[in-house]
Design a protein around this ligand. Structure first.
Ligand SMILES: Nc1nc2c(ncn2[C@@H]2O[C@H](COP(=O)(O)OP(=O)(O)OP(=O)(O)O)[C@@H](O)[C@H]2O)c(=O)[nH]1
Ligand SMILES: [Mg+2]
Length: 211
């Protein structure tokens, strides 16, 4: 008889992931491929916020994800007033992590995430808030608009962010990108915090009863 030795932390973590990028780069497609294993070739621009709530296990820790897929935002809300007036209810300013998606065939879409990153960094404390850059539409590599090496070196060396190319269409590296991001988040959560801090975190979240 086989048995699973997986032990899951009872202190389940809720993680809010905001997926941002220029129109049509494949944000919704990546999320739907990850959550529902489906792909639609027809382009239907996202017109209102969608929330996806998959759970994942990484390093034996259970995380409840809240993935935010929102309509294209022309700029990141630099303060909560802007968030309230222009992007009400998107909840972008307090995300646990950001996935910045560009289309590898479009240099313009990379420029968009460059600007959004600058705006995010200027407007909120990004300590322990990972940014992950994703070059989508890898199946269209022949039409690549911007050098992979250039982007990868800038993102990894200078931005100090994770970088991955994927194809939502072919379901290539989609799971890997979430896995890599969750590894980073798990490391932040468990990797360098002493136990006492973790216990205090749990207490603050009211998830721990002292007996
Ligand atoms: N070839 C190819 N097409 C893709 C891929 N991912 C998405 N697409 C197509 O690109 C178009 C836009 O995809 P969406 O997922 O709607 O893009 P989006 O970023 O959510 O767009 P907005 O909601 O308007 O911001 C659709 O026609 C998709 O079928 C991919 O990996 N390869
Ligand atoms: Mg969309």
């Amino acid at each position: 008889m086989t048995s699973s030795h997986l032990t899951i932390d009872s202190d389940q973590q809720r993680i809010k992931l905001a997926v941002l990028g220029a129109p049509g780069v494949g944000k919704s497609s990546i999320i739907r491929q990850f959550v529902n294993q489906e792909f639609n070739a027809e382009y239907i621009p996202t017109e209102r916020k969608h929330v996806y709530l998959p759970s994942v296990i990484i390093n034996d820790h259970l995380y409840e994800l809240k993935i935010i897929d929102c309509p294209y935002i022309p700029y990141f809300p630099v303060n909560s007033l802007y968030e309230w007036t222009d992007f009400r209810g998107y909840g972008l300013r307090n995300a646990t992590a950001y996935i910045l998606v560009y289309d590898i065939t479009s240099e313009e879409s990379f420029q968009y995430i460059k600007n959004i990153r600058d705006q995010i960094l200027e407007s909120r404390d990004m300590h322990d808030v990972p940014l992950f850059v994703v070059g989508n539409k890898h199946d269209l590599s022949d039409e690549r608009g911007i050098s992979r090496r250039e982007v990868a070196s800038m993102v990894k060396k200078h931005w100090k962010c994770g970088y991955i190319e994927c194809s939502a269409k072919c379901n290539w590296h989609v799971v890997l990108l979430f896995k890599e991001l969750m590894k980073t988040i798990d490391h932040i959560d468990y990797g360098h915090k002493p136990t006492s801090v973790r216990v205090q975190d749990a207490l603050r979240r009211n998830r721990c009863v002292i007996l």
